[in-house]
Ligand binder design. Sequence first.
Ligand code: NDP
Length: 316
Amino acid sequence: MEEQKAKVVIIGSGPSGYTAGIYASRANLSPILFEGLQPGGQLTQTTDVENFPGYPEGIQGMEMMEQLKAQAQRFGTEFRPKVVTAVDLSKRPFAVEDEDGNTIFAETLIISTGATAKYLGLPDEDKYRGMGVSACATCDGFFYRKKSVAVVGGGDTACEEALYLSTLAKKVYMIVRKDYLRASDVMRRRVAERENIEVLFNTNTVNLFGEDGVEGATLVRHLGSDKEEVFTIEIDGFFLAIGHKPNTDFLRGQLELDSEGYIKTFGGTTATSVEGVFAAGDVADPIYRQAITAAGTGCRAALDAERFLMEHGEDE
Ligand code: NDP
């Protein structure tokens, strides 16, 4: 097993990780960046990104991430296409171990591991995973051309997924538990204008059914009220778009997390409860969760790490 030292190790490769790489490498800190299971992060699963400044016509999520990576590479960020399985934050330098058992001792650590899609917790989601259940319309939408699908959720992600699926599928249901869509105005309007999207308000999912894959869902309207009504819809695909969970399980017990598992930062900076460890992007952001805010915190984390190294020196 190899052992190596680094001034800055970045865990995670979304907009925050890559931006931290750009800044840290331009500051001559020779960062090593672990790309994890999904290099490029959540945006590689989306289609058009229309709200990142600098792209007046929009850009594909995958292409934008490739450009950010190339920019970080240009200044010397070293990439590891590996998953970090364990960290020891009890003393500096911090030990960062990857899936092959190799360890890097890091003077500073930037955690930008992002967040992962949530599921409802129904046993049928596991039963039909990969057989009609998905949390990524752009990954799996193609399989549902001219079929019927449902998207669960009423936020921007759900609307985006429903709109994308409506270009492929014959019919798209949105299953929304409240009586309104929480999504932004522009998204709500686009959904309302799309003829093959039907929004089912005040509706929850009871179960999924089907022989060799999803063939339908049992739903309940006005759950728990005297207007409660159980009904079924025929669908071939069931897409979850109900938010995300921060990827912090590998950190539990090592630094302070909030009740939902997001990393706590302090003093208006990216500093965490452990000196020398910084957090950037969705992993520390339950509120904004945008590519541009993630990139912004990636920049801040690299500047915070650089300042920390200047003040504390290297432990060599
Ligand atoms: P949100 O948290 O905004 O929305 C989650 C949706 O899922 C809500 O409608 C919520 O319902 C519903 N939901 C949550 N749990 C359950 C459950 N157990 N059963 C049924 N429904 C459930 O998440 P998003 O992923 O949509 O968005 C996250 C952030 O990213 C937001 O700030 C959003 O604006 C942003 N975003 C922006 C985009 C863009 O601008 N292009 C694209 C995608 C995301 P309820 O309302 O009842 O809580």
